[in-house]
Write a protein that binds this ligand. Sequence first.
Ligand SMILES: CC(C)CCC[C@@H](C)[C@H]1CC[C@H]2[C@@H]3CC=C4C[C@@H](O)CC[C@]4(C)[C@H]3CC[C@]12C
Length: 419
Amino acid sequence: MSHCTSHTTSANLRCLVKSIASFNGDISTMTAPPFILSSQSLTEYPAYWAEHPSVFVAPAHESDPQKRALLVLKWFLSTLKQQYSSRNEKLGSEKKPLNPFLGELFLGKWEDEAGVTQLVSEQVSHHPPVTAYCIWNSDHGVRLQGYNGQKVSFSRTINIKQVGHALLHIDAYDEDYLFTLPSLHIEGLIGGTPYVELNRTSYMQSSSGYTGKIDYSGKGWISGKKNSFSAYLYPEGRSEKDALYIIDGVWTDSFTIKDAKTKKVVDTWDHKKAKTTPLTVAPIEQQDELETRRAWQKVAAAIAKGDMDATSREKTVIENQQRDMRKKEKDEGREWVRTFFSRSESSPVFEALSKRLGSEAVPIDKDKTNGIWMFDAEKAREAKPPFREGMSIESRGKIRRVRSSLGGLGKRFGVLGGG
Ligand SMILES: CC(C)CCC[C@@H](C)[C@H]1CC[C@H]2[C@@H]3CC=C4C[C@@H](O)CC[C@]4(C)[C@H]3CC[C@]12C
């Protein structure tokens, strides 16, 4: 990949805008000036789903199905700030993430008053780029599974359509929730401080018969505030006119949940008051070579130093290694074996819930994501150290992940076998 490496910000931005304008939809071919490069790979992004573990597991302890659906919707809304504005807030602007290699992993866990919440994220496809993830808390019986890719296009600015979906399962009620993912675009490019704005609408559909609709109003034509939204929870088959609850607010800040009939405030959320639990990740020396922070550590160091030559050089090392592996696999007539996920012919839960969303549904499109990707508990059980310990979804209670020093792409491949 090439870079925009002029010493002036304006020339760099012209370079970026030019690169975007001639862009073919593949994020990895996009050139970007150094100040916009992130040292974080997209495999890390699924962690944004559970930075408030107790909000993630809360629905499992609500016996009323309507209130339960509301808690699930509340959790989804509480993740938006982390998902779409955390780089912006922590790093000063949105950044271009590292383009994960096939098989790249990001593993971690959150430990807090909600017990242990575990995360497995894996790059299951490189062309097109697709990341699959599973986040679960066995203490509370809650599991989120999903996979997504992005379709990027340019008109006025960078526009991103998300492909894929997320499914939440609550064991105690054997209930599923489907989430569609909002489209987004980049603002602030010309000023040199890009940030994300969410477009239009996204949905939630529960197997228990409730639909959630979230309208994103960008610069906030209602309240005048940036990142405004209105969300509605209504019985399946109806519309926001028959809302049971209405949620208004700003997804980067706070929101209020009102009973639609009585207009009484039943719940609130405020990011200024909410605490996030940091994700624990194994120290780099103990990580497998497929784990993102270990694999990209030299690139990350080069980016941190602003050394674009070293950045390119180190990226090339990884790209060549990947190219060689793909060639070897092709020659031997096999495919890279994913560590935690398997390609599936269909996703019955997704399809059923998607149908119930009706015309608002996003069709499942295997072509855009190189297949339908499902967490494979069998594979997870069999995955050799350092992955194995504590990876069993069925296991209850707190499990310590014991790591061994076994690692190495070659060894891993040998361990899992080809074909
Ligand atoms: C910053 C500018 C100049 C470069 C553009 C970088 C693009 C590739 C970045 C900017 C914002 C990023 C998105 C921000 C948030 C999410 C939500 C997450 O759950 C999946 C990835 C996804 C959808 C990211 C995909 C990559 C993305 C679209």
